[in-house]
Design a protein around this ligand. Structure first.
Ligand code: NAD
Length: 478
């Protein structure tokens, strides 16, 4: 592969770790070692900090148009190499080729969107109501940004942070997930080709995220920490970010409810539910975790949905016709299996799947559970796998209460043919995003993010740019 890299990228140079240590990158489809990747130490984190600090004045000093054109070039380069990126994503993450291609396209779109937003960091000029003084507000790059990305979308979660940070004029240090460092390293090779100067983007995969993050987050030159991952790690990073009072952006876990009202178009609901559940084989923070189907249509919905799930082909994601690849690692697969066993022991009915396959690879089959009783662990925890959990409801107020009964608040889905009532339900849902008659909300042009313990801040849209900027207010008279 032309884009294959497995070293650290610091100050525009590919280099080994200062300790020469490496870690294995595993192919989840067959458990073989794809390659070894350099593992950054705290010394490497210090080098990355110096590089990002030295590159900052020149990058901040470029015009928004100059930064925009580099990002646009990155979009074009990535668009020309989508199949190569998709293959790399499948190799290290496991997801099926279609999903991987979908991710590569989505990831590239962040370069295009933020190339366009780079030139739109607007400001305010107004007159103070009482004093008559002039109020000027403009946006400045926030400073060095530390970006930590997860394994479930190794390309898109990278570009969703890198593109707005660069557009805003920040220099960055990126720590990709240990399971999937290769896609991010390939992305940075592409950014170099697009004209990003040395030191502006630095990438430090590591087996020691806590130690490395401590060095970076305790350095006063860093001003932003932007994290996508689990709520547990996010909470710790929030505590650490208090030391230097960093500007945090936290995209954390979810527990999405999917409500199918009595008047929903059942085919639309099944298509939407398939997308909401099975995109990325359920390894998505946006994955529908709890289905609430009105009791009057529950049987027909469950039958049609189970039929759609049964048509999915499981296998190595690189093979043609495969819809469902392996989960990312053994721990994730075992957790999914545990959720299913727990629900079944409590009385849930297995409509499809539910059996752990034998053989190599971290596979778990598409599974549908109905009659899942309250108290089952899969209702309160993120399943993060291809398991649909169906419950019924009869009363709208009650289902809204049940949907909101979670510490998470990332995304919810509602299916109804009555748009007025649908919008009224959306307003009552305590979630940062709602898909109304749609099973997909992610869009580079829209503000992605959650409330409650699903996080702080928004990525994408115009908001995504401002996460990497600070407003400055100038008071004057003339
Ligand atoms: P994770 O929290 O285990 O890891 C995320 C990243 O944090 C990885 O790069 C990991 O190496 C790093 N990390 C782990 N411990 C760390 C520490 N002590 N200090 C600094 N960094 C550390 O999450 P994951 O398992 O990679 O991803 C799955 C989770 O991410 C799910 O909970 C999912 O909902 C969430 N997620 C959220 C969004 C969103 O936009 N809200 C998007 C994708 C994934």
């Amino acid at each position: 592969m032309t884009i294959f890299k497995n070293q650290l990228y610091i100050n525009g140079e590919w280099r080994d770790s200062s300790s020469k240590k490496v870690f294995d990158v595993i192919n989840p489809a067959d458990e073989t070692v794809l390659t070894h990747c350099a593992s950054a130490e705290t010394e490497d984190a210090s080098l990355a900090l110096d590089a990002a600090a030295n590159a900052a004045p020149a990058w901040r000093g470029k015009t928004p148009r100059e930064r925009s054109e580099i990002l646009r070039k990155a979009f074009e380069l990535m668009t020309a190499r989508l199949p190569e990126f998709a293959k790399l994503i499948t190799l290290e993450n496991g997801k099926a080729s279609n999903d991987a291609m979908g991710e590569a396209v989505y990831a590239a779109e962040f370069f295009r969107w933020f190339a366009e937003e780079a030139v739109r960091a607007d400001g305010i000029l107004s007159t103070a109501p009482s004093s008559g003084a002039r109020i000027l507000v403009h946006h400045k790059p926030a400073g060095i940004a530390y970006l930590i990305t997860p394994w479930n979308y190794p390309a898109a979660m990278g570009t969703r942070k890198i593109a707005p940070a660069l557009a805003a004029g920040c220099t960055v240090i990126v720590k990709p997930a240990t399971e999937t460092p290769l896609t991010l390293l390939a992305l940075v090779a592409l950014l170099e080709e697009a004209g990003v100067p040395k030191g502006v983007v630095n990438v430090i995969p590591t087996q020691h995220p806590r130690e490395v993050s401590e060095v970076i987050m305790n350095d006063p030159r860093v001003r932003v920490v932007s994290f996508t991952g689990s709520t547990a790690v996010g909470r710790n990073l929030l505590k650490q970010s208090a030391n230097q009072v960093l500007k945090p952006a936290m995209e954390l876990g979810g527990n999405a409810p999917l409500i199918v009202a009595h008047d929903a178009d059942i085919d639309v609901a099944v298509t939407g539910a398939m997308l909401a559940k099975m995109r990325n084989l359920g390894e998505a923070c946006t994955a529908a975790n709890r289905f609430y189907v009105h009791e009057s249509i529950a049987d027909v919905f469950t039958e049609k949905f189970t039929q759609a799930m049964s048509k999915l082909k499981m296998g190595n994601g690189l093979e043609t016709g495969v819809d469902v690849g392996p989960l990312v690692n053994a721990a994730t697969r075992d957790k999914v299996s545990h959720f299913v066993n727990d629900a079944v022991q409590r009385g849930a009915k297995v409509e499809l799947g539910g059996e752990l396959p034998t053989g190599s690879g971290f596979f778990y089959p598409p599974t549908v559970l109905s009659n899942v009783p309250e108290g089952a662990e899969c209702l309160s925890d993120e399943i993060f796998g291809p398991v649909a959990v169906i419950q019924t409801f009869s009363d709208e107020a009650d289902v809204i209460k049940r949907a909101n009964d979670t510490e998470y608040g990332l995304v919810a889905y509602v299916f109804t043919e009555d748009m007025k009532r649908g919008l009224q339900i959306c307003e009552q849902l305590e979630f940062g995003m709602v898909g109304l008659n749609r099973g997909l909300v992610s869009d580079p042009a829209a503000p992605f993010g959650g409330v409650k313990q699903s996080g702080l801040g928004r990525e994408g849209g115009h908001e995504g740019l401002l996460e990497f900027m600070e407003s400055q207010y100038i008071s004057t008279v003339w």
